[in-house]
Design a protein around this ligand. Structure first.
Ligand code: GTP
Ligand code: MG
Length: 370
């Protein structure tokens, strides 16, 4: 972090790269535009050009950004965050839909989930479960791996007529890598060619050993279409959640993860975030990855505007200055100045990394920076 490329330094001083190279030569340092120089050298050059150097180190900017650990008495029970994964078309969205009693599938292009949706379901028992839907299409490995890391429990949906397929195995691997317990939902059990035994049998090959096979993994036979087995599935989730003793402190500035983010016409950058600690409120100033913003509006999974969102609640956030990346962490900060500082610092770091990753760069790149 305490280094900068010659080109970047020139850009920040709004001078030609070649002039910085020349000044460096004067003090006995030979460097090309894409090479990095240390902070001391950079400071000398900056002064040489008549500017005042202000060094910002990672520890200055990032320190104390996220608050310390919570005390036991500050913790309160929170809803489990459950990610629904499985092979393409095995019925993930339909199952969520059935659990939610609304029609998400009907509104999707070709019935294929394009993005991660996040919803919270309130059960008649007053228990809440937060669900995250993921696409089963082969191209979305990245989304599934991200889903696995923000989650407490993975629901592995396996169609009883199709059994274990590529993305089933991949989902198992993501869940295991993240150390997240799996609950198997054997779906489409209404179909005449459904064979749940085969599913249980084949899962053995991938280290998922369900109770019926003498293991400890929970498995439930369901039909999303006929709405069968849903109670049992919810029961299994709540049972697993109880074992995990999920808690968070709601009385602190909000922190969490960006589930998805996009630029929308007329709305600007919109991010779906999952609050993991604290409470996110309208008017809060926050940083998400290398972007920042002030919460202009919070919209829940039913499209209603809300004033705040607490632990395990997914919510859409409006008011970002730019579009963060899915998987980015967000955190509420004390003021706009701090938010800008962190965001600029991170953007700068990212630029430096990109330059470093591109190595010396092509001649063209060098020239474009002069
Ligand atoms: P991707 O998001 O594309 O990975 O698919 P998905 O897993 O979300 O599957 P989706 O819910 O879109 O369902 C795929 C197809 O299976 C649809 O035509 C559903 O109607 C059908 N389907 C889902 N669940 C059941 C079920 O329990 N029984 C039967 N017979 N069909 C089902
Ligand atoms: Mg889907």
């Amino acid at each position: 972090p305490d280094a900068i490329t010659v080109g970047e330094l020139a850009q920040r001083m709004a001078v030609r790269g070649a002039e910085v190279v020349k000044s460096l030569m004067k003090i006995g340092t030979m460097a090309t535009i894409n090479q990095t120089i240390d902070a001391e050298t950079a400071e000398l050059i900056v002064e040489e050009f008549g500017h005042k150097a202000k060094r910002v180190s990672e520890s200055d900017v990032e320190e104390g950004l996220k608050g310390g650990p919570d005390r036991e008495e500050e913790l309160q029970p929170r809803a489990p965050v459950v990610t629904v994964m499985g092979h393409v078309d095995h019925g993930k969205t339909s199952l969520l839909d059935a659990l939610r009693k609304t029609d998400v599938v009907g509104g999707e292009a070709g019935g294929i989930t394009q993005h991660i949706g996040a919803y919270q379901v309130k059960l008649p028992s007053d228990n809440r479960i937060t669900f995250i839907d993921t696409p089963g299409h082969a191209a979305f490995t990245e989304m599934r791996s991200r889903g696995a890391t923000v989650t407490d429990i993975v629901i592995l949906v396996v169609a009883a007529d199709d059994s274990v397929m590529n993305q089933t195995v991949e989902a198992i691997n993501h869940a295991k890598a993240a150390g997240v317990p799996i609950i198997v939902a054997i779906n489409k059990c209404d179909k005449p060619d459904a064979n749940p035994d085969r599913v249980r049998q084949e899962l053995l090959n991938y280290g998922v050993i369900v109770e019926e096979m003498g293991g400890e993994d929970l498995a439930v036979e369901v039909s999303a279409i006929n709405r069968e087995g849903l109670d049992k599935l919810e029961e299994a989730i709540l049972l697993q959640a109880e074992i995990l003793e999920l808690k968070a402190n709601p009385d602190r500035p909000g922190e969490g993860s960006v589930i998805e983010a996009k630029l929308e016409k007329g709305r600007g950058p919109v991010a779906t975030v999952l609050v993991q600690r604290g409470t996110l409120r309208q008017g809060d100033i926050f940083v998400a990855g290398s972007e920042w913003g002030r919460v202009r509006a919070l919209i829940n999974d039913r499209g209603e505007q809300v004033k705040e969102a607490g632990p395990s609640e997914p919510v859409e956030v409006l008011g970002l200055q730019g579009t963060p990346k899915a998987g980015d962490e967000f955190v509420v900060v004390e003021n706009e100045q701090r938010a800008r500082e962190i965001s600029e610092f991170r953007q700068e770091q990212r630029r430096q990394k990109e330059i470093a990753a591109s190595g010396r760069g092509s001649l063209e790149q060098m020239l474009s920076r002069i």
